[in-house]
Design a protein around this ligand. Structure first.
Ligand code: NA7
Length: 532
């Protein structure tokens, strides 16, 4: 039988929730983790679609808090495949014997703050209810799968599957007619793999993404040993990079205007060969100066045109608009997959999907029959997971109500009116513009140190002030205005979810600036937080 009171309730057993549990134990506090999945992993548990891979390099997309673990763990590839990341997370859960403190197959339905007791009541779908003095929402930034509102979706008699909810047992695609809807990161990774298995693959492309070749490869033992020798330097360097990653590569400070045409060409070619998301960092002004951005975007378009045999296909797949304003993707064989005989490009911009029928998909060009429809249609990002829970703070204030016009927050860590409730990589933090494991460690350290301080001082609650929240909101908006990142429609600005207020939901001022800001807040005795 579970006890009724814990010091900390942690929601989610991914990278964030597991590290939070470790930090809670180190503080000598009791903690209970609630996890909807049957096991640990979070995002990396659910996203087991073929081709799923991280596009931050393995040696950076991993915990640094345990030096021994960092030295012991052997990453096989430059960019880790989902099974390898999940194996790592499982290892951490085992190493720290975390599972006894986790309630699996359990979903938090409601959180209610009892002002008199100074406790949160946690209500779950299994009746595993309890109270906690602190709540840490380690609920993920991209954890609520989104299906498009296309008429008739439930009618389809074949198999419908979302990339973010891929069946654990896998899907047998051999000999099948498959449709993939969506060409964001998930679609771009899954499409080449599905094409190799399926008899026929049709890809419905509405907005083509920019994608750079991943140039993934095995890590040699010598390379890994070299990284391990200089891990401290690498980690320190990483913290000074825009997104908290990329320390294996030069930190470019020269803007495009300082380069001649030939130098530009050579530089872009060099970064294209390095591969991955690094391409966007080829120039420090890539997301600030429209001219720089345009030159880089043209360069990518030229590459795309050269990879696709059929010019009509190339026209549908050709990325448009601001490079990086929709998240840059990183691929292996994406464009050349469309040169295969069993793959067709379906132009979903000029011929939108009108309805799903019992047998397949219909556009104004007529019906197409399928055995499997794959929805690579994304997530209700950043706010989705928190808004699914009925969260009530002071005076019964509902978080959904509070966020009706956008996710007000302070540092992406707290929301005014919700004492002792912390978010990890919540809206307002650098989150989705960062190496998530790096920022997770940062946030969890901030939260754990903060809770440790409260425990020592005997204070009962900490809560963002309305004034600090407003000032942070203004700073977020200012940072967003200075970049090109909010130009296009995408999940960055919430425009993929009907009715969601359109705004840049993460702090785009860079990870180093964010870290420094948080550091100063702490040095000024948690400025902007009310402690009682
Ligand atoms: P994304 O990047 O949100 O991509 C979703 C894709 O689904 C995108 O291409 C959409 O096109 C497409 N989509 C959605 N609805 C439709 C309809 N009705 N018809 C055609 N196409 C549609 O999600 P991902 O899972 O790929 O990636 C999310 C993040 O996870 C990723 O950036 C990484 O950070 C990890 P649209 O743009 O709406 O025209």
């Amino acid at each position: 039988m579970n006890q009724q009171h814990y010091d900390i309730a942690i929601i989610g057993a991914g990278f964030a929730g597991l590290y939070m549990l470790i930090r809670a134990r180190r503080l000598g506090l009791s903690a209970r983790v609630i996890e909807a999945a049957p096991d640990v992993g979070g995002t990396w548990y659910w996203n087991c679609y073929p081709g799923c891979r991280c596009d931050v390099e393995s040696v950076e997309y991993s915990y640094e808090f345990d030096q021994q673990l960092q030295q012991e763990w052997e990453w096989p590839e430059r960019f880790s495949a989902q099974p390898d990341i999940l194996a790592y997370i499982n290892h951490v859960a085992q190493r720290y014997e975390l599972r006894p403190d986790i309630a699996f197959n359990t979903t938090v339905n409601a959180l209610q703050f009892d002002e008199e007791a100074g406790r949160w009541a946690v209500t779950t779908d299994t009746g595993d209810n309890f109270q906690a003095r602190y709540v840490v929402a380690a609920t993920g930034s991209l954890s609520v799968p989104l299906f498009p509102a296309i008429e008739g979706r439930e009618r389809f008699r074949g198999l419908s599957v979302h990339t973010g909810q891929w069946p654990r047992a896998g899907v047998d695609l051999a000999g099948k007619r498959v449709a993939v809807i969506g060409t964001g990161s998930s679609g771009i990774q899954a499409i080449p793999e599905i094409a190799r298995e399926a008899a026929q693959l049709d890809v419905y492309v509405r907005t083509p993404s920019y994608t750079a070749p991943a140039r993934n490869r095995d890590l040699t033992p010598e390379e890994l040993a070299g990284i391990k020798q200089r891990y401290d330097t690498l980690r320190a360097d990483e913290k000074n990079r825009f997104g908290g990653f990329g320390a294996n590569h030069p930190d470019v400070q020269v803007t495009m205007a300082e380069h001649s045409d030939a130098e530009r060409r050579a530089s872009l070619e060099q970064w294209w060969q390095i591969g991955g998301l690094q391409f966007i960092l080829a120039y420090p002004d890539s997301l600030l100066d429209p001219d720089t951005n345009r030159v880089m975007a043209d360069f990518v378009r030229e590459k795309v045109a050269a990879l696709i045999d059929d010019p009509a296909d190339a026209a549908v797949l050709m990325p448009r608009g601001v490079l990086g304003s929709r998240r840059l993707c990183s691929d292996t064989d994406f464009y050349t997959t469309f040169n295969r005989d069993n793959v067709r490009v379906m132009d979903a911009k000029n011929h939108p999907i009108q309805r799903i029928t019992e047998t397949g998909i219909e556009t104004d060009l007529g019906p197409e029959a399928y055995d499997v429809i794959v929805y690579a249609t994304g997530f209700d990002a950043m706010t989705g997971a928190l808004e699914k829970i009925d969260i009530r703070g002071r005076e019964g204030l509902s978080l959904r109500e509070r966020w009706r016009d956008g996710p007000a927050n302070y540092l992406g860590l707290q929301v005014a009116g919700f004492p002792n409730l912390f978010m990890v990589n919540g809206p307002g933090s650098v989150s989705v513009f960062s190496n998530m494991v790096q920022t997770i460690e940062h946030h969890v350290d901030f939260i754990a140190n903060c809770i440790g301080g409260l425990e020592q001082s005997g204070a009962a609650t900490i809560e963002a002030t309305a004034a600090a929240e407003e000032a942070w909101g203004a700073l977020m908006a200012e940072a967003a205005d200075e970049t090109l990142l909010a130009t296009e429609d995408s999940w960055y600005v919430g425009s993929n979810v009907p009715g969601k207020p359109r705004m840049m939901m993460a702090f785009v001022g860079s990870y180093p600036v964010y870290r420094e800001y948080c550091q100063q807040v702490v040095e000024r005795d948690y400025e902007g937080f009310a402690i009682n």
